[in-house]
Design a protein around this ligand. Structure first.
Ligand SMILES: [Zn+2]
Ligand SMILES: [Zn+2]
Length: 208
């Protein structure tokens, strides 16, 4: 826990002075995947900044090491926001090679990539904010299995049948999107006609 915005500013200054890579190396943090402190239009690794700020506030202890505390919404984001800082939560990028579902509608006239909906960062963020980070099919949670490495990671699946989507269609993150793990996501898209979440849930439930 940190209490003084001054100490955050000192950490930011040090990061500016050393450069991001050296700053992270010096204090033993890895680059932030999801949580970024925004200050004067620049992004900073929120957990590293908090760890270093802690050291300024607690000179007897010194900077927190990465393994001494966990980053994310409940800790680092909360503390920084309480001190008046802005934290931006980035949607994790989807690996391209996993699935590239593309469907042709109206013959070959209009081609829509489902992924364009599943990648829309704002829609993803709202979907995850509403449904959380557990797979809607099997309940898998990356944080629970992979610890900090998995923090904030999940795919987002688009439910709507593409044939029903017109040109001006705007994705509704809560109606149309669900968080799913990459395994379930791949299975949903495996049949020629994308399976429903309920259908796949039935299969997952039956398999053991
Ligand atoms: Zn799953
Ligand atoms: Zn999908």
């Amino acid at each position: 826990m940190i209490y003084n915005p001054e100490s955050v500013l000192r950490a930011v200054e040090e990061c500016d002075r050393l450069g991001r890579t050296e700053f992270l190396q010096k204090y033993g943090f890895s680059p932030a995947k999801s949580y970024h402190l925004i200050h004067n239009g620049k992004e900073y690794d929120s957990k590293a900044i908090v760890g270093v700020a802690y050291g300024f506030e607690n000179p007897d202890h010194g900077p927190l090491r990465a393994e001494e505390f966990s980053g994310g919404a409940a800790t680092v984001q909360n503390w920084l926001e309480d001190l008046g800082f802005e934290v931006r939560v980035a949607a994790p990028a989807l690996p391209d090679e996993i699935i590239e579902p593309q469907r042709y509608i109206e013959g070959a006239v209009k081609r829509i990539s489902v992924n364009s909906y599943e990648r829309n960062p704002e829609a993803r963020r709202k979907c995850i904010e509403h449904f959380g980070l557990n797979c809607a099919v099997c309940g898998f949670n990356f944080r629970a299995t992979y610890g900090e490495l998995g923090e904030g990671y999940i795919h987002v699946h688009h439910l709507r049948d593409l044939a029903s989507i017109g040109e001006e269609y705007e994705v509704d993150p809560i109606e149309d999107l669900r968080p799913v793990c990459p395994n379930c996501h791949a299975m949903l898209h495996r049949p020629a006609v994308t399976m429903s979440i309920e259908e796949l849930k039935g299969i997952v439930g039956d398999s053991d």
